[in-house]
Design a protein around this ligand. Structure first.
Ligand code: MIG
Length: 823
């Protein structure tokens, strides 16, 4: 043991923890390294050239089992070169050099430029205190910390302490709230432009102290189980996120309708109300794809039932709505009403599907249906049973389910209103697929397993169609099954602001499909707040307006025509951007890189963006700077390096500086990066309303840039068999000539497209000539249409060149614009 006393704000850490001393013995077995320190064996497993897993359990040899968060397959083939010295072992991979010190035990990880990326804290590294197990690591100079899933507060968590315990937090969360509904024990450290990730795979309550009150070390700690963490090398943050999602999985492509606008309320509670709502959207031509049904559709909150008084013929209602282009998503909570005459309770009891106390009796807790049993989702048979029960919904046309209360939330008691933070008793025993463990040990997994069971059940029942699952709770890997909404926020400006770092950090934590209740859940919204929140919502990956019971209505028209008009235009903008958004979702499904990105993800060498909380990027070329205060017409926007165009005025800015931007109520500041190629479609009232025969490309020609458009049927899994289309766009601009190439990479899905409208923005003057595949194109008067022909015109006022060409897929097209002086 170390003799020096380490003080943490007056407290000696050393006095609190027992920690590992020197290494007594070391053994290598393929990619597994075992270091024995006293009775404790630390396992270091080199999973890949850039991923290292470290495990420790006090006085034991830890098992290599993972939680259900992990899907990564061990690769024994990884090239490793290990050399033992008297005081250390050096382990080299193709990307990293790891030095394991023996006296005392510690690790240092370097890249091949010789830079230190990660180092255990010299004074103490791995230790324990009662059942708690902890890891201390050094903070690098100027280090920033991102990720941590769904957390309140700012983007960068340096200096903060956080903990992970899925909690139904009804009181408004604030920047000091440590625990929310979702727990993702993963973060990214960034210093001097180089980053790495740490994923602590432990679903008990975990604590992260990222240097609160001192600059020397950070620590993470679990209250149960073993210490089991993954070091993931970048050095690009994008690479870290991508590798983290190789470990915990990627989001499958959602059905396209789920990317549309969702309308929800707690609760639209009768068939007439739902139909009137649907009619209103169509009458007013405000796009909407989804209507959510909250708890009042059920028969006394019994899961998988309908209140037939309020909804006399759900099947017909759903059919009618489908014909109008609406999908219904209904809420499903895990609690099953204790009622010996209720099918699902009886089945669950008879088949041992529910969570049990140690004496073998079912655990009963109070939730909406009153006393309820809770399915044990850690058990495969339970997951299968629950999944199949959704047949009651899929049989009548439902393709999406909303999982709420799956932390799980349990009411405290009847007397005090019953909505305080409480969960299942911690001594409940979960089957854990044959390896029983307490709820204390597994708590944070429960919500994800509810959604896993739901997603897999729906997938089986929907016969080839993509399910949509929305969840409130989750753990690492939740992205494989569900989109996440950020729970019960409030209709105030502070929560609009907090949406941004929260959803950005979720994106960095492997969850690209996330968003808040736009407009705010509790409390009364107002026209201005709703308008500003919808403007932001257009660009959050998940876009739903949801509102609590007994609050002022907040549908797009609720606050009068002035606001309705603006809101409508913005929701339409979301639909116009859909081809682009869908391509970004596709990218996220392949790479794990989020849809909504903090600027630091794209500009990790620029310290100005290290804690930029009120701007974000969608993909890499759209910068959004929402208005987050009432009565505000101006705001400061930071533009990172590059050339940026104001989306509305086309005004051009050189980045790397702050600008002041005018943003009255109908104006959300949006900037497009030079080099961007952005496909846009006509606005639809709902996805698939019409076949889209032409796409408009907003082009901001840079020296050289590229874009890939992804298209598929938007609703089945046929894309997994290769039925999709990839179109590749390339633009070169030498200020005298623009060369724009369109080529098909893959044509196994018929897009039905007939035409492209290419809009070349920021042209200094009318070009001399425009050619397509060496053929001179005809110039026409503005807005004159030549059917079936390729042609162009120039709008001198906008300084935009329009080139209209036939989609000649699978043939490639090269458009050459000569004598352009484009900038
Ligand atoms: O105890 O179903 O976060 O979105 O409207 C509250 C009613 C239960 C909490 C969810 C909210 C939902 C509400 N639910």
């Amino acid at each position: 043991m170390n003799s020096e006393v380490i003080m943490d704000r007056g407290r000696a850490i050393e006095n609190d923890y027992i920690y590992l001393g020197n290494v007594a013995e070391y053994v290598q077995n393929e990619n597994l390294f075992r270091f024995r320190c006293g009775k404790t064996e630390v396992l270091i497993k080199v999973l890949a050239e850039d991923i290292i897993r470290i495990l420790m359990k006090p006085n034991e040899v830890p098992s290599l089992d993972t939680t259900q968060g992990v899907i990564f397959k061990d690769n024994k083939e990884v090239e490793i070169n290990a050399t033992e010295f008297e005081d250390k072992v050096i382990i080299n991979t193709n990307k990293l050099k790891m030095q394991v010190n023996k006296i005392p035990f510690g690790v240092e990880i370097y890249d091949y430029e010789g830079d230190l990326i990660y180092k255990s804290y010299d004074k103490c590294f791995l230790g324990w205190k009662g059942k708690n197990i902890a890891c201390f690591s050094e903070i690098r100079e100027e280090e920033r910390f991102y990720g941590f899933g769904e957390k309140a507060g700012t983007l960068d968590k340096r200096g903060e302490s956080l903990s992970m315990w899925n909690t139904d937090i009804f009181d408004p969360h604030n920047p000091h709230t440590k625990e929310l509904y979702v727990s993702i024990p993963f973060f990214i450290g960034l210093a001097k432009g180089k980053s790495y990730g740490i994923f602590l795979d432990n679903p008990s309550r975990t604590h992260f102290n990222m240097g609160e009150g001192q600059d020397k070390y950070y620590s993470f700690e679990a209250e149960a189980g073993k210490l089991d963490y993954y070091f993931i090398y970048g050095p690009e943050m994008k690479r870290v996120v991508s590798r983290y999602t190789d470990i915990t999985g990627k989001m499958p492509l959602p059905p396209k309708w789920a990317l549309g606008y969702h309308q929800s309320k707690y609760s639209y509670s009768t068939e007439e109300e739902v139909k009137e709502l649907a009619n209103n959207f169509r009458k007013k031509e405000i796009p909407c794809d989804v209507i959510h049904l909250d708890i009042h559709y059920m028969d006394e909150y019994r899961v998988f039932t309908w209140n037939l008084h309020r909804f006399p013929d759900p099947e017909k209602m759903i059919q009618d709505l489908k014909e109008m282009g609406f999908h219904i998503v209904n809420i499903v909570n895990p609690g099953v009403k204790k009622d010996p005459e209720y099918k699902y309770y009886v089945e669950g009891m008879l088949n041992n599907y529910f969570c049990k106390k140690i004496d073998g009796s079912a655990y009963i807790g109070r939730v909406w249906p009153g006393e309820s049993a809770f399915p044990d989702f850690t058990k495969q048979e339970t997951r299968k049973w629950w999944g199949k029960n959704h047949k009651a919904f899929t049989d009548i046309g439902i393709e999406g389910i909303w999982n709420d209360m799956n932390e799980p939330a349990v009411f405290r008691d009847e007397q005090n209103g019953g909505l305080e933070d409480k969960t299942m008793d911690l001594d409940v025993i979960h089957d854990n697929d044959g390896k029983p463990a307490t709820h204390r040990e597994l708590h944070n997994l429960y919500g994800m397993l509810v959604s896993r069971s739901t997603y897999e059940g729906l997938k089986g029942l929907l016969k080839g169609k993509r399910p949509f699952v929305l969840t409130r709770a989750g753990y690492s890997g939740i992205q494989r099954y569900a989109a996440v909404w950020t729970g019960d926020n409030r209709s105030f400006w502070e929560h609009l602001s907090m949406t941004m770092p929260m959803v950005m950090n979720m994106g960095l934590s492997g969850i690209p499909f996330a968003g808040p209740d736009a407009g705010g859940f509790m409390g009364n919204s107002n026209g201005e707040l709703l308008t500003r929140w919808i403007q932001l919502g257009v660009f959050t990956p998940f876009f739903r307006n949801h509102n609590s019971i007994n609050q002022l209505s907040q549908e797009p028209w609720a606050f009068g025509e002035k606001y309705e008009k603006i809101i409508k235009e913005y929701i339409r903008l979301r639909y116009k951007l859909m081809p682009h958004l869908y391509s970004i979702f596709y990218e996220a499904s392949i790479t794990g890189i989020p849809v909504m990105r903090p600027l630091v993800l794209e500009y990790q060498d620029d310290p100005e963006v290290y804690n930029l909380n009120d701007e974000f990027l969608v993909g890499d070329s759209i910068l959004v700077a929402p208005i987050c205060k009432p009565d505000t017409k101006f705001r400061v926007v930071y533009l990172p390096k590059g050339i940026w165009y104001d989306y509305w005025t086309k005004e051009k800015y050189v980045g790397g500086k702050y600008i002041m931007i005018y943003a009255p109520l109908d104006r959300l500041p949006i900037f497009i990066k030079r080099g961007a190629i952005i496909p846009m479609a006509p606005a639809l009232n709902y996805m698939g309303e019409k076949e889209i025969k032409e796409l408009t490309f907003e082009i901001y020609a840079d020296t050289e840039s590229r874009y890939t458009l992804y298209e598929d049927d938007g609703e089945t899994f046929e894309y997994e068999e290769g039925k999709y289309s990839l179109t590749y766009f390339e633009c070169k601009n030498n200020e005298k000539q623009i060369i724009f190439k369109i080529s098909s990479q893959k044509t196994d899905f018929d897009t039905g497209r007939e035409r492209y409208i290419l809009k070349f923005n920021d042209m200094e003057k009318k070009p001399e000539e425009v050619k397509c595949n060496e053929k001179m194109l005809e110039e026409v008067e503005e807005n004159q249409m030549l059917n079936g022909k390729n042609y162009w015109y120039f709008n001198g006022k906008e300084r935009v060149l329009y080139v209209i060409i036939k989609d000649s897929k699978p043939e490639a097209d090269t458009i050459i614009v000569n004598d352009t002086c484009a900038y």
